[in-house]
Design a protein around this ligand. Sequence first.
Ligand code: HEM
Length: 383
Amino acid sequence: MVVRFDEEFLKDPVCSYARLRAVGPVHRAEAPDGSPVWLVTGYDDVRAALADPRLSLDKANATTGYRGLALPPALDKNLLNLDAPDHTRLRRILGRAFTPRRVEALRPAVEEIAGALADAVTGADLLAEFCVPLPIRVICTLLGVPPADVTRFREWTDAVLVPADAGRARAAMGSLYAFLTALVEAKRASPGEDLLSVVADSLSADEMLSAAFLLLLAGYENVVHVLGNGLAELLSAGLTSSTVDELVRHASPLQLAIRRFPTEDVEIGGTTIPAGETVLLAVASAHRDASVFPDADVFDPSRAENPHVGFGFGPHYCLGAPLARLELSIGLEALFSRYPGMSLAVPYAEVEWRSAFRSRSLRALPVRLNGRFPHSGTVGGGG
Ligand code: HEM
């Protein structure tokens, strides 16, 4: 059987992946663009494959015509397209900007941003009022985008990441590219304290540009929707605190890791995948694997063991994970300390989702800031 990510599949991806896991660990599938892919759904295979050096992230190793996002060449040389040794070198340099000390130094800025946003929310849509602006403002701080440019920067970013129409997305991409190029040049000419300045001496202009672009792509949408999806789950369960790890396991929007291409024939879960074909690792499916997570569908912040792979595993492990943890915990604290009685404004079952091949996220998150908690049963989501 060939799996298709059609409306039926995406209506309830938790259920769809559960059905696939019951059949086997590896499946033939068709990506939305019609290209053939292999889909890996069990936890052990997903985790091992994430760190398997025989699975390349470099599109040059694809033999079935995989194209993916058509990025300008200057943006293509980013960590998520590279293997060792180029990846190792770049990662070491960018790692300088994400040391525990540097991330901790961002705490006051993140607290200020989260506090100001939380003070201003009305509850009409917490996704738009809080979850979206928090990470984009943090990234602007990280990259040293001047405050006057933050609004324009966000408009382009939104148009690229959530394209309403292809023409607008292309135009925004052009503007973003020009903006980042100018930003990188400015940082090289007169460095400040921000991330781009920290790495300016060690990277070429294109490598800096690719890094800025990747941080934007990788650091924005995931945080928005772990916060959004996570808040919906927390509020629906009547909880006002959580561990970030359970949010990342159970509520993450991320369905699939970055595609990989075997550099030789590779056996995964009893299936031999030929060199050059496309492999998709279903992280969201791995997170519901009951052989690793007892009561996997239950959202349980008190879980003793939580070896999730929501930040990846191995050499490409999320570089921004410490920052993501900081943003998520400060963001939730900013809201719950101000609005301890906050509740969903609609029953959990009526919250609207935007399910796509790669990500599953909310369309909006209406809440009552001082409402009483309307009990809406267990948080599970299919089975
Ligand atoms: C909750 C939010 C986040 C989630 C769920 C998340 C998830 C991930 C995952 C799964 C990977 C590995 C992909 C793979 O191997 O296929 C990854 C890589 C990466 N993430 Fe995150 N991420 C988050 C936030 C961030 C933030 C805030 C930043 C930076 C500002 C960031 C920067 C990166 C970078 C640069 C990589 C590439 C690392 C490499 O290839 O060596 N991420 N992320």
